[in-house]
Design a protein around this ligand. Structure first.
Ligand code: ADP
Length: 542
């Protein structure tokens, strides 16, 4: 017997409708790419999105067409997403930090038909447009006055393009399982793989993300998504914010410490989210200037492991609660968040940090398990680690075009490629990417644990641990360290600091100081490049 409730499909544009009706005057503030701060509202954004949908339809775009965006977080980017989805199109976020040829590869794989692009990235498009035959039109997210000369023959300024649209448009009545968005994972090995979100998965993910024990956001929050919309959906904030009606502050192109600090304080931001490297810049700026964060309440940190020292600094020096989170492009992206349960809520000091160092537990809508190589489930004891697998309504069921089939099993579990353990309270801790873990004498050494510990040393800005070939042990750890400005800690100082805090055989065999550690397009330490750089390195123990 079926229930007798209404069939109200979960469609993304309903999020914007709701925001415009209930929170129509709520501001969306952007640091524009042209420079000045621009202010709009959810009601105006909805009107703009209707115009975009109307224009796209008029110009012959059809439901299912992929429309790419290559843009910073701004109101215009947000309008574009909702306009594209509202006419049945699929917004496809491109990561500008990739090489132009990789972007072209991805665009060809997705067969993007149109592209919304920021002024900053126009030179990239000029370089690759010829290599993407499916691309019919380039809409430059600016007005006529700021439109530069371009070698592109099919480019138009966004505001000019929209000028003859009146927004008299009805959102398409779509099936909730229709594709809504697309994002390729950077694929540190092999070709990038496309993840195709549906309207339903995006709406459910927005609800999951907003839950009190997940991100816990409300209409009384002012949300600054520093995490880019081109990086795993801005962690759902472009959907959760209109869902709850929170004021949005969009940082545009400037993500340095001073610029982020300025927005946090002038706009009275209460909630923000980004990868650790962004917070490293902000914390350095605060330390140098002595500034404080009087309005900020919560910061979500994920994308790579949040160092314990960073959590401590935010909480002790600035009174900002840290929520450590883990996720993947394939998961829309949220997987776990490190909020407190009654079992952990009363912990203080180092014991609380022990919990916060873990990546957290799954909200409703995400299931997880760890298994051994034979797919046998491992106990939740806080120490037995294995392959982390997940499933849920906002987790990919396959990649676009069918790549990577081996990562999905018959029971719907997706193998994340991460290695983790889960404790008695359900908190998961990532120990490594399966391909980064150091294999020493048949046992595994967690590179994240080594890095986390090393950056706790007062002279260390950033650290990376990699496995170096060793005649006896197969691999042994090398610690690569970027010292803080003006510091040069010695190997003995660093190893002395680490000693006693981890198993003795986990201690790195050597330490090298470098000026810089390479990062991927999504802000992670680029272990492949580092391993390449040090492939002929001779450890003193070898
Ligand atoms: P990409 O793979 O394209 O760089 P993703 O954001 O999808 O982008 O990367 C997901 C991976 O990032 C996870 O599988 C995990 O290895 C890593 N990751 C994400 N959050 C954390 C975290 N809090 N701690 C450790 N690793 C993390």
């Amino acid at each position: 017997m079926n229930g007798l409730m209404q069939d109200w499909p979960l469609l993304c544009h309903k999020l914007l409708d709701h925001a415009a009706i209930q929170h129509g005057h709520r501001e969306v503030v952007s640091r524009s790419v042209e420079g000045p701060i621009m202010r709009t509202t959810y009601a105006e954004i909805r009107q703009k999105a209707l115009k975009i949908a109307q224009k796209l339809q008029r110009e012959g775009y059809k439901p299912g067409d992929r429309v790419a965006t290559l843009a910073w977080n701004t109101a215009r980017h947000l309008e574009s997403w909702y306009g594209i989805m509202g006419m049945g199109g699929v917004y496809h976020t491109l990561n500008p930090r990739l090489f132009p040829d990789q972007i072209a590869w991805i665009m060809n794989h997705a067969e993007d038909k149109a592209l919304f692009v920021d002024l900053t990235f126009l030179p990239i498009v000029e370089k690759i447009a010829d290599k993407v035959p499916s691309l019919k039109q380039v809409i430059v997210l600016t007005d006529a006055a700021h439109m530069p000369k371009t070698s592109l023959t099919n480019a138009v300024a966004y505001e000019e393009w929209l000028a003859d649209a009146d927004g008299d448009f009805r959102w398409l009545a779509l099936d909730e399982n229709a594709a809504a968005g697309m994002c390729y994972t950077s694929g540190t090995t092999g070709d990038p793989k496309g993840v195709l979100y549906s309207h339903r998965s995006n709406v459910l993910h927005a609800m999951i993300a907003a839950l009190p024990d997940a991100m816990g956001v409300s209409s009384r929050d002012v949300i600054l998504p520093v995490v880019p919309m081109f990086h795993a959906n801005a962690w759902g904030l472009a959907q959760s914010s209109p869902m709850v009606g929170a004021k949005l502050v969009m940082p545009g192109a400037k993500l340095d410490g001073a610029s982020i600090y300025e927005l946090l304080n002038t706009e009275k931001v209460t909630f923000t989210a980004a990868v650790p490297t962004v917070w490293l810049m902000l914390l350095q700026f605060l330390e140098e200037t002595g500034n404080k964060l009087p309005y900020l309440k919560k910061v979500v940190i994920g994308g790579s492991a949040c160092p314990r020292a960073m959590t401590k600094k935010f909480q002790d020096a600035y009174g900002v609660e840290v929520i450590h989170a883990w996720g993947m492009t394939e998961m829309s992206p949220l997987g776990t968040l490190g909020t407190m349960k009654p079992e952990t809520a009363d912990l203080t000091g180092e014991a609380r940090l022990d919990v916060q160092q873990k990546q957290g537990y799954t909200p409703f809508g995400v299931e997880m398990k760890v298994t051994d190589d034979e797919n046998r489930e491992l106990p939740w004891d806080g120490k037995t680690f294995g392959r982390l697998k997940v499933r849920g309504p906002a987790v990919a069921s396959s990649y676009y075009g069918g790549a990577g089939k081996e990562q999905f099993d018959a029971d719907g579990w997706f193998d994340t490629g991460d290695v983790a353990h889960i404790d008695e309270n359900g908190y998961m801790e990532i120990t490594d990417r399966a391909k980064d873990v150091i294999k020493s004498g048949g046992e595994w050494i967690s590179t994240i644990a080594l890095e986390n510990l090393a950056v706790g040393h007062p002279d260390v800005a950033e650290a990376a641990a990699i496995g170096i070939a060793h005649p006896k042990w197969d691999e042994r750890p090398l610690l690569v360290v970027v010292p803080k400005a003006g510091k040069s800690p010695t190997k003995d100082e660093l190893l002395g600091f680490m000693q006693g805090k981890i198993a003795k055989w986990w201690l790195p065999d050597d330490v090298v100081l470098v000026k810089e550690i390479p990062h991927t397009a999504t802000g992670k330490i680029q272990k492949t490049t580092l391993r390449d750089t040090f492939k002929d390195y001779k450890l003193p123990t070898a």
